[in-house]
Write a protein of this length. Structure first.
Length: 66
């Protein structure tokens, strides 16, 4: 499943995938794969992404039942 919430939060802060990757300590490709839903990051990477984007785990990664 694509992570549209993460991409939206990143763009709202005017950050490129490369910018976010640098803050998190991963490659730009990793950020792209997470956004595409083709890579499941570790909890520590998720937490780092949340801190970089000023969001909670729930806001970015928790699947919401409709």
């Amino acid at each position: 499943m694509k992570n549209v919430r993460m991409k939206t939060a990143r763009i709202a802060l005017d950050m490129s995938q490369g910018d976010l990757a640098e803050k998190v300590g991963v490659t730009r490709q990793t950020i792209g794969l997470i956004e595409l839903g083709k890579y499941n990051p570790t909890l520590s990477v998720c937490i780092s992404i949340c801190k970089a984007l000023n969001k909670t785990l729930d806001e970015l990664f928790w699947e919401v039942d409709d």
